[in-house]
Design a binder for this molecule. Structure first.
Ligand code: M6R
Length: 609
C-alpha cells in the first residue's frame, strides 16, 4: 500500500515522478504529493485524492527544470486523507523530505521522544517522525548519509523510505525493510519506485533493494550498504524480462471490465508452452530446478490472501484429486502467527498476484529457517515473493490494475491445474482430458461474454438488495467464497459465501424474500444436492440466481433466474463460474454508480499488515 516514486538525473524529475505515481495509484489513492529542489529551494506540493489533482496543481506552478524529486501516493493508515497527512513529510526547517511506505511500529515512542526535544508535528502519521529523527541525528552525525542510516536503525516495522536533503540536490537516499523498492538504472540518471511498472518505460535495467539495505543514489552511481551486516553490497543491474507494456484502457470504460475480458488470453498465456497434449506433457519450466525435491513432498501448505486464497482453495481440490497430494490452504495472516508442526517434506506454496502482499511475504519468512521448499505462483515479475521463493510458476496475466482481482484469479487457477497435472506425473485419468479442456477454455469464456447482456439485466434486477448469499459445493464452494468477496468489495453489498451443505447448519435462518442467494449449481456429482438446497431456499421465499451448465433442465425448474455456462469438466468449472460472478458484481457496482477500479477504503497491494 502506498506508492513511492523518485528520480535523480538530468531534468524533468517532477514529470517522471507524477507519471510514475499515476501508474502506482493502484497502491493507494487517498492523497498524493511530490517534493523537488529548484535552485537550492525545496518545493513540496500535495493534494488530497487522485494523482490527477496533483498534476493539475503542479501544472499551475510551471515547474520545468528539476533534476531530483520524490513522490508518494497514499493509502491512509495513520490519520485521515488530508494535505497534512499526505507525503512527503518534512522537518520543521523544511530541509529534509521523506516518503514512506509501510508502518513504523515504534512511532509513538519516537514522537514522544522528539516532542520532548522540542520537535512539533503537523500530521497524525507515523512517517513524520522520520524527517524529525534525521534532523535530530544530523546534530551528532558527520553527514546526512550517517544521520539517515542511524535513523533507519532506530525504526521498527516495515518500510520503504526515500529521503531528500535540500543541501544535497545530487543525492537521493533510500532504505528498505519488508516493503518493495526497485531502482532503475539509466544513462546519467536513476529512477526509484515501489514497483517496476512505474519505471519500465524509461529503463529495463533494475536493481532490487533487499531488506536492511540502504542506498545512496546520485545521477551517475549508487552505493548500497547493508546496515544489519555492516557491509557494502555490490549489485549488478538485472534486466526486466517482460515487455514494457503498460496496461492501457483502450476502448474499455475501466480496468475491471478490460481485465475480465482478458480472461481468454490470460488462460492462453498461462498454458502456452506448458501444456503439450501432442507430447502428453505438462512442463513447468519454473519448477525444473526443484523437480527432484518435489518427488519427496508429501504435503503442500498453500498460503495466500483474498482472491489468491480462494484460488488456493480451488487448488486444494485440484491437487488432491489430480495428484493425490494432501493440501492445506491457510490465510497467510493466520499462518504467520500459528505454531504448528511443519515437516521437511511439506512444501509451502505462496500465491499472490502482486507478489508484494505483506502477510504472504511474512508466511514465507516464517519458514525460512525450516529448510522446506518454498514455491510461488506469482503474477508480478520480479516482485518480492517471486524473488524469495525457491521456484515457482509465473501467471503471465500481465499487469492487473483494478483493485478487484479478476484475471489474476483465472491465471492462478489455470496454473494450479497445471501444477496438479505436473505433480500427477500423468497417473491420473484426467491427465489428457484436462489438458484438452484447458485448450478449449478460452473459446468457452468468449461464449460467456456473449451472454453478458443477460448477466447485466440480472445485476440490475438485484442491485438494490443489501445482503447476498453465495453457495456452492466442491469446486463451486471456493467459487462461492470468491463470488461473495467480489460483490462486497466493489458494490459494498453485504455478501457471504458458504458451502451449500452448510445451509441447514445456520445460514438458512437468514433467508427471506429480502435475502437473495447466488447458487452455483453446475453439472457434477453433487448437483442434485445443490438443487435440494435451492428448493429449501425457495420454500422460505428466498430468491435464487443460479449458475448452471448449458443443457441442464433441472436447475431452471427451481431457481428464479439462471445464467448458463458452457459444458466443461468439473475441475475447470471454476474458471467459467468466476467470469460470470465477476461480470455480475461488475454490473451491480456500475449500476450503483461506484468506481469499480478504485473501491472505497481499499488498495490493490496490501503491503502492510
Ligand atoms: O496481490 P495478492 O494476490 O497477494 O493480493 C491478495 C489480496 O489482497 C487480493 O486478492 C484482494 O483480496 C483483492 N482485492 C480481491 O479482489
Amino acid at each position: 500500500m502506498c506508492g513511492i516514486v523518485g528520480y535523480i538525473g538530468k531534468t524533468k524529475a517532477v514529470d517522471f515522478v507524477v507519471d510514475g505515481l499515476q501508474s502506482l495509484e493502484y497502491r493507494g489513492y487517498d492523497s498524493a504529493g511530490v517534493s523537488t529542489i529548484i535552485d537550492g529551494q525545496a518545493v513540496t506540493t500535495k493534494q488530497v485524492g487522485r494523482v490527477d489533482a496533483l498534476r493539475v496543481e503542479l501544472e499551475s506552478l510551471s515547474i520545468n527544470k528539476t533534476a531530483v524529486a520524490v513522490g508518494h501516493t497514499r493509502w491512509a493508515t495513520h490519520g485521515i486523507p488530508s494535505v497534512n497527512n499526505a507525503h512527503p513529510h518534512f522537518n520543521s526547517d523544511k530541509t529534509i523530505f521523506v516518503v514512506h511506505n509501510g508502518i513504523i511500529e515504534n512511532y509513538q515512542e519516537l514522537r514522544t521522544m522528539l516532542q520532548s526535544k522540542g520537535y512539533s508535528f503537523v500530521s497524525e502519521t507515523d512517517t513524520e517522525v522520520i524527517p524529525h529523527l534525521i534532523d535530530l541525528n544530523l546534530k551528532t552525525e558527520k553527514s546526512f548519509q550517517k544521520a539517515f542510516e542511524k535513523t533507519i536503525e532506530e525504526l521498527d516495522g516495515a518500510y520503504a523510505i526515500s529521503a531528500l536533503h535540500v543541501s544535497e540536490p545530487d543525492s537521493l537516499y533510500v532504505a528498505r525493510l519488508s516493503s518493495p523498492l526497485v531502482i532503475g538504472v539509466g544513462d546519467g540518471e536513476h529512477f526509484l519506485a515501489s514497483d517496476a511498472t512505474a519505471i519500465m518505460d524509461r529503463t529495463k535495467k533494475v536493481i532490487y533493494l533487499d531488506d536492511y539495505e540502504v542506498a545512496h543514489i546520485t545521477p551517475d552511481g549508487l552505493k548500497i550498504h547493508n546496515i544489519r551486516d555492516a557491509v557494502q553490497v555490490q549489485k549488478e543491474a538485472e534486466l526486466l524480462d517482460y515487455d514494457a507494456e503498460k496496461a492501457a484502457l483502450g476502448d474499455y470504460p475501466n480496468f475491471m471490465l478490460k481485465e475480465i475480458h482478458e480472461a481468454p488470453q490470460t488462460i492462453q498465456s498461462a498454458i502456452r508452452g506448458r501444456i503439450k497434449p501432442e507430447a502428453n506433457t505438462v512442463k513447468l519450466g519454473g519448477l525444473d530446478n526443484v523437480m527432484e525435491q518435489l518427488q519427496f513432498i508429501d504435503r503442500i501448505v498453500i498460503v495466500a490472501c483474498g482472491t489468491s486464497y480462494y484460488a488456493g482453495l480451488v487448488g486444494e481440490y485440484l491437487i488432491e484429486e489430480i495428484a493425490g497430494i494432501p493440501v492445506e490452504v491457510q490465510l497467510a495472516s493466520e499462518f504467520k502467527y500459528r505454531n504448528e508442526p511443519f515437516s521437511r517434506s511439506t512444501a509451502l506454496l505462496a500465491i499472490s498476484q502482486s507478489g508484494e502482499t505483506a502477510d504472504t511475504i511474512a508466511a514465507l519468512k516464517k519458514v525460512e529457517s525450516y529448510g522446506v521448499l518454498r514455491l510461488g505462483i506469482v503474477n508480478a515479475v520480479g516482485s518480492t515473493i517471486a524473488r524469495m521463493t525457491d521456484a515457482g510458476v509465473y501467471c503471465h496475466a500481465g499487469p492487473e490494475q483494478s483493485v478487484a482481482s479478476t484475471k489474476a484469479f483465472i491465471a492462478q487457477v489455470t496454473v494450479l491445474t497445471e501444477i496438479a497435472l505436473n505433480l500427477s506425473e500423468g497417473r491420473t485419468p484426467l491427465y489428457k482430458p484436462l489438458m484438452k479442456e484447458l485448450q478449449a477454455l478460452p473459446d468457452k469464456v468468449k461464449q460467456i461474454f456473449e451472454s453478458d447482456g443477460d448477466i447485466e439485466k440480472l445485476a440490475h434486477k438485484y442491485k438494490d438488495y443489501v445482503d447476498f448469499l453465495f453457495i456452492g459445493r466442491k469446486y463451486g464452494y471456493p467459487c462461492a467464497l470468491e463470488g461473495a468477496l467480489k460483490l462486497k468489495e466493489i458494490s459494498y453489498i453485504h455478501a457471504e459465501g458458504y458451502s451449500a451443505g452448510e445451509m441447514k447448519h445456520g445460514p438458512l435462518a437468514m433467508i427471506d424474500k429480502q435475502f437473495p442467494t447466488f447458487a452455483i449449481a453446475t453439472d457434477g456429482e453433487l448437483l442434485e444436492k445443490t438443487v435440494s438446497n435451492i428448493e429449501e431456499i425457495r420454500a422460505r421465499k428466498g430468491k435464487v440466481v443460479a449458475i448452471a451448465t448449458q443443457g441442464n433442465k433441472s436447475v431452471a425448474k427451481v431457481a428464479g433466474d439462471v445464467i448458463y455456462i458452457p459444458e466443461t469438466l468439473e475441475q475447470t468449472q471454476p474458471l467459467l463460474i468466476a467470469i460470470v460472478m465477476q461480470l455480475f458484481s461488475y454490473h451491480v457496482a456500475m449500476a450503483k454508480g461506484h468506481n469499480v477500479d478504485r473501491p472505497r477504503n481499499l488498495a490493490k497491494s496490501v503491503t502492510v499488515e
